[in-house]
Design a protein around this ligand. Structure first.
Ligand code: FAD
Length: 191
């Protein structure tokens, strides 16, 4: 049999489609893995067909909304809010009578944050704050009040309003979990 007369046209179209996908992927920040063969594209980012995307294990091949804010870069503010949420929730859930290990964990967590927090300027600033305000976590109240105080120190340096620490329990509570299944459990074993 002779060659399919449409073949060159189809190949050109396929190249064009791959090119558009690559540029679009770069634009919206999705890693576009080149297709292994023309028959393996399951969920292209753009598609001429209007059927819903097929669920696959490879997330880079799933259709994503083009204007999804979560695909953009994380800002210093986003990171700060998420970290404070984590820390204040941890403090709200901290035990009334922590074990020695739990008290050590808090100090270590703060020290690690001051070294590894992914904003250099913030990490250095936090290291300084910790030097004059070492972590205090002898009880739930002590930890959440200490955290409120150091958060206020950061707030002040950024020209933000100071939070009234007597209201910290009203602002931050334990993680919503059924039947206390998220509560921290201490162990008497020291690691
Ligand atoms: C350890 C650490 C160090 C940082 N250092 C810097 C820095 O050096 N430079 C910089 O630009 N950014 C820094 N940030 C980020 C900064 O603190 C803010 O998170 C960011 O500017 C966003 O601010 P925001 O106004 O949305 O509220 P955030 O300060 O993120 O607070 C989130 C929410 O917590 C509540 N809240 C506010 N203050 C308190 C408090 N004292 N106690 C309890 N709850 C409170 C409020 O409801 C607020 O909406 C740091 C973040 C962290 C976690």
């Amino acid at each position: 049999m002779g060659e399919n007369p449409w073949q060159p046209l189809l190949q050109t179209f396929e190249k064009l489609s791959n090119c558009v996908q690559t540029h679009l992927s770069n634009f919206i920040g999705i890693k576009n893995t080149p297709p292994r063969s023309s028959t393996t594209i399951q969920n292209p980012i753009i598609s001429l067909d209007s059927s819903p995307p097929i669920a696959t294990n490879n997330s880079s091949h799933q259709k994503l909304p083009l204007k999804d804010k979560s695909t953009g870069p994380v800002t210093k503010e986003d990171l700060g809010r998420a970290t404070w949420t984590f820390l204040h929730t941890l403090a709200a859930q901290y035990p009334e009578k922590p074990t020695r290990q739990q008290k050590r964990d808090v100090k270590e967590l703060m020290a690690i944050l001051s070294r590894m927090y992914p904003c250099r300027e913030c990490a250095d600033h936090f290291k300084e704050i910790l030097r004059s305000n070492p972590a205090q976590a002898g009880s739930q109240e002590e930890f959440s009040q200490w955290l409120c105080h150091v958060h206020n120190t950061v707030n002040r340096s950024l020209g933000k309003l100071v939070f009234p620490c007597e209201r910290v329990d009203a602002r931050w509570g334990k993680l919503e979990c059924e039947q206390k299944s998220c509560d921290l459990h201490g162990t008497s074993i020291d690691f």
